[in-house]
Design a protein around this ligand. Structure first.
Ligand SMILES: [Mg+2]
Length: 263
């Protein structure tokens, strides 16, 4: 036997059912009666949104002096770095660099220079930081990693490097790595990854130990410009400390890096 209420529903026009059904589902969902959608996804979406905000703050240099990726964002940063978005963002930056390179020429005097940072600009430390779960900076562990000379080159930056050389720019590789202990493995690593024929590899000498990267790199650029007469036409790095201070160059380009902060 069909009840009166059931019979009534059966007589509803199909279109009305289609319009109202989502409301019933939403109402049921709101009281927890429908669990078809995994309850963790909304929370995960919220966490990702918060971590996206954090990453934007980092890239815009609004968040400074942070010592480690916030614990709730470790998974987000890993996903960002390894599942394609980092490569897309890097590629977008390099498109901008290329567009600028097209507008500048190297003079015959050989004094038009570019500055490229090394760590996470020319060479990637993603494998190291991934193994460390994007934890806090650990100087001795990082030195062990760098000593292996096994950092993969970053292809998009190698492409830029080749373009700059072909156009006659002098490329200076400027790194805060310790010169005394890491010069040989760094130059070998660069060579094995295809960074050949640079004008000079400038690393942190004992005189600059303990100084911020920003101060050290400013001093090195000042020397190139004031003492050697170079014109810094462009400067590429993954840290704002590569790109701020004195004699930064005519254009600076920030490569994404939500893994760590160097003052
Ligand atoms: Mg770097």
């Amino acid at each position: 036997m069909v009840s009166r209420a059931t019979a009534g529903v059966a007589l509803w026009p199909l279109a009305l059912v289609v319009v109202l059904l989502p409301h019933f589902v939403l109402a049921a969902d709101s009281i927890g009666a429908v669990a078809a959608k995994p309850c963790h996804s909304a929370a995960a979406d919220g966490a990702d949104a918060g971590c996206l905000s954090w990453r934007v703050m980092v890239e815009a240099n609004n968040a400074r002096g942070w010592r480690t990726v916030p614990a709730p964002c470790v998974g987000y940063v890993k996903s960002y770095m390894t599942r394609g978005q980092y490569i897309r963002d890097l590629s977008s930056v390099m498109d901008q660099v290329s567009a600028y390179v097209d507008t500048v020429q190297a003079d015959a005097d050989g004094l038009d220079a570019w500055i490229l940072d090394i760590d996470d600009t020319c060479l990637s430390n993603l494998l190291y930081y991934e193994a460390k779960q994007f934890g806090a900076y650990d100087p001795s562990a990082f030195k062990m990693w760098a000593s292996k000379g096994a950092c993969p080159g970053i292809p998009a930056v190698l492409e830029l490097y080749a373009t700059l050389q072909a156009k006659g720019f002098k490329v200076f590789l400027l790194s805060g790595r310790d010169e005394e202990t890491l010069a040989t493995c760094t130059s070998e690593n660069l060579e094995s990854e295809g960074f050949l024929g640079y004008e000079r590899l400038i690393m942190r000498s004992p005189d600059y130990r303990g100084q911020s990267s920003s101060l050290f790199k400013s001093a090195m650029r000042k020397r190139l410009v004031e003492e050697e007469g170079y014109r810094i036409r462009g400067n590429v790095g993954d840290q704002w400390s590569d790109l701020q201070g004195d004699y930064v160059g005519e254009r600076v380009f920030k490569i994404p890096n939500p893994m760590y902060y160097v003052p």
